[in-house]
Design a protein. Structure first.
Length: 325
């Protein structure tokens, strides 16, 4: 069954986030040969349209308005609803990001449709689109088949493979300027608590520290390894509670949920709340002095040792490998 699918392209710091391309890929699967329409919301976002087309979108609608320069739920919901009313899509896809988690329930309520959130896999079975998502803090997975006429899903970053980029693809780019009014939220200033670098939720490699890092200075050792690997630094709640780093780095049930290709846990005991945020990583390496630490139960590779001895050795070895490559 061919479907028309709207996919929200998400941007940050003047660049499209990788989850936008993953959402396009998800949209192609759902469309089953139908049309995939990329949607961009912002003050000046038309320049991002070609990238969405190169990664699989058939055409793009750019909604530009001065009220959309920074994300607000009122502004973005009005902008997206203008596209939905114009296109009457069979499905809507967006990333399960901070923006997506805030915006998607609002749109679903306006459309009076169901919402399947945090999707990690999409399959076509018996003529139905089947969505897989984690439950019970990642300890199990469930499969969902939409019962509403309109499909609405958010996808977890780093789970849906991106389609191969094709710069020869062409597609129509349309501008839309709907009326945006009664925006109750005014963003006066954005204060960043984390330094520039790889986005934690989209990082392919994460080096995370727990209480075993012992201090704010201890995280510098992890940062050096993350920089060599082109990754991001994360933390357990214990490390955040101890004041070693900002809560924006927290991974776990009450922090960010991540699924990188490689997760290196340093000095993390492996509390169930932390495992809920990272246990679905493709490869997990645990470094801990305690051989009975719970983190070893989910690790693919374990190193029993002092992280302040092991991590610098790993950093040096990876530097050598990069030079040889």
């Amino acid at each position: 069954m061919a479907r028309k699918v709207l996919v929200l392209g998400e941007w940050k710091d003047g660049m499209l986030r990788n989850v936008s391309f993953e959402a396009i890929s998800a949209g192609k699967t759902i469309a089953e040969g139908g049309e995939v329409i990329g949607v961009l919301l912002g003050e000046s976002v038309k320049s991002f349209a070609d990238a969405l087309i190169f990664y699989g979108a058939d055409r793009v609608v750019a909604v530009e308005h001065e009220q959309l320069g920074k994300y607000t739920p009122d502004g973005y919901s009005q902008g997206l609803m203008a596209v939905v009313e114009k296109e009457s899509p069979d499905a809507i896809v967006m990333g399960h990001t901070a923006l997506g988690k805030d915006l998607s329930p609002k749109i679903a309520a306006k459309l009076d449709t169901g919402l399947i959130s945090d999707v990690t896999a999409i399959d076509i079975e018996g003529g139905n689109v089947v969505f897989t998502r984690p439950i019970y803090s990642g300890k199990a997975f469930e499969k969902k088949i939409p019962v509403t006429e309109q499909i609405f899903v958010t996808i977890r970053p780093n789970n849906i493979p991106v389609l191969e980029k094709d710069e020869s693809r062409k597609g129509e780019v349309e501008s839309l300027s709907p009326e945006i009014k009664d925006v109750r939220t005014i963003i006066k200033e954005v204060v960043r608590k984390t330094k520039e670098g790889v986005d934690l939720s989209e990082a392919k490699v994460i080096v995370a520290g727990g209480r075993g890092v012992k201090s704010e200075e201890g995280f510098q050792v992890l940062k050096q390894l993350a920089d060599v690997l082109g990754g991001a630094v994360g933390a357990s709640r214990g490390a955040c509670d101890a004041g070693y780093c900002d809560y924006s780095l927290q991974i776990g049930q009450t922090g960010k949920v991540v699924t990188p290709d490689l997760y290196i846990a340093c000095g993390i005991s492996g509390a169930i709340q932390h495992l809920a945020g990272m246990s679905n990583s493709k490869v997990i390496v645990a470094i801990n002095k305690d051989p009975e630490a719970n983190i070893f139960k989910v690790a693919d590779y374990g190193i029993v040792g002092d992280l302040f001895e092991v991590v610098p050795l790993l950093t040096e070895e990876f530097k050598k490998l990069k030079v040889e490559a």
